[in-house]
Design a protein around this ligand. Sequence first.
Ligand code: ADP
Ligand code: ASP
Ligand code: MG
Length: 457
Amino acid sequence: MRTIVMKFGGTSVADAAAITQVMALVRRAIDAGDAPVVVVSAMSGVTDRLLGLAEAASRGQADVVHDGLEELSRRHAETAHRLMDNAAGPIAREIDQEIADLRAVLQAIEVLRHAHPRARDRVAASGELLNSRVVAAAMHEHGLPAEFVDARSVLMTDTSHGQAVPLGDPTREAAAHHVVPLVRDRRVPVLGGFVGCAPDGATTTLGRGGSDYSAALFGAAIDAAEIQIWTDVDGMLTADPRVVSAPRLVRQLSFGEASELAYFGAKVLHPSTILPAVTRDIPVRILNSRRPDAGGTLITGTPAADDRPVTAIACKRGVTVIDVTSTRMLMAYGFLRRVFETFEHYRTPVDVVTTSEVSVSVTVDDRRHVPEIVAALREFADVSVEEDMAILCVVGENLRQRSDTASRVIGTLAAFPLRMVSQAASRRNLTMVLADSLVPDAMQHLHDELFALAGTR
Ligand code: ADP
Ligand code: ASP
Ligand code: MG
């Protein structure tokens, strides 16, 4: 018996028809001899809607909050009705209870006219908490031995609301208590992704798209044989299908390639998903819930034996470039330390870095603290800021051996002014920064050259 984690994203659990398909996939896994642990996202669009309600509450828009709650309650109740004869039973009460809890938090936000991160997390978590209950109840009614497990009793985190950091050992202990015995008993635990619990008992969330990360954390905590990410595309594609037309499926990826692609914008995988998988060397598979036989992408510790020059390309849009020039003629000893300490102080991660004799350029994705950062840097340097930029990243284990690839990539992009170029120490990626408005054309052009026309991959 193989224990596997099966994570279903928002579109894979968007309505009764999608959940029916999920049940068929879980049944198929059981029939094949696997013991699945199911992790579900909120129904598609629900997390955005919930965060919108928290905003509305903080502006005192009671009507908007009221209507939003009605709509959420109706959507989940109707889905339950479509899936179950017994939808007026316990599941109706569970939905009502969750909506009542949510209403109480939104009312508190309304009174305070402020959505504290702790309250906002509790609101955002409702999507997964509601949906995992609906999916567990539907499975149960359809003869699958499902058991709802509140993810907050398993996924332990710190108190960084909105971007909580998981605590490995406490999560492993909790999983040994609440998940492993069910699996051993041939039952199917069903948990919400994205949500966790802080040491003070508060509900936390792992950041947008975090259900993938939850799935990997649960997988690592129970030593699963495989972590499956079921979504709405066939797997990791050679480029973002929303930017490039007709990207191809990448059948195999190394952990390193997958995490670079996820970090630089391949939304199909939350950037932290690979970490827990690497720690326990657990393969991750990305699969299409509507086309389960499409093959998917397998991500493991071993690079694919393939001579493809490049594995895939990704882009991270809307980033800001900050140029910091030393006010002395040369970069003095300690200059870089002061620059990076400033970013650290404002907890703002830096993505791409390039340096020259007197200046350093960095990109940041999180713009919230840019004004303060710029003010602090100006105490010892000249600073300029350029917004609406983008990172274009070319990823592949073979970049290491194929020294011609970098010149080919840059040559292909000759018509697009590149603001920064950098190759990481891993030599697994080549990163370029350019104006965001150029991304669609630059990506398509590069993709045609590297994948379509050359017939590689
Ligand atoms: P889920 O709700 O299942 O977690 P997401 O919307 O988070 O799904 O991620 C899947 C989406 O990621 C795809 O529909 C696609 O638009 C986008 N995406 C971006 N880059 C890539 C890529 N390189 N390969 C596959 N999908 C990608
Ligand atoms: N529902 C959460 C979000 O939309 C988490 C996820 O779907 O992965 O961000
Ligand atoms: Mg996702």
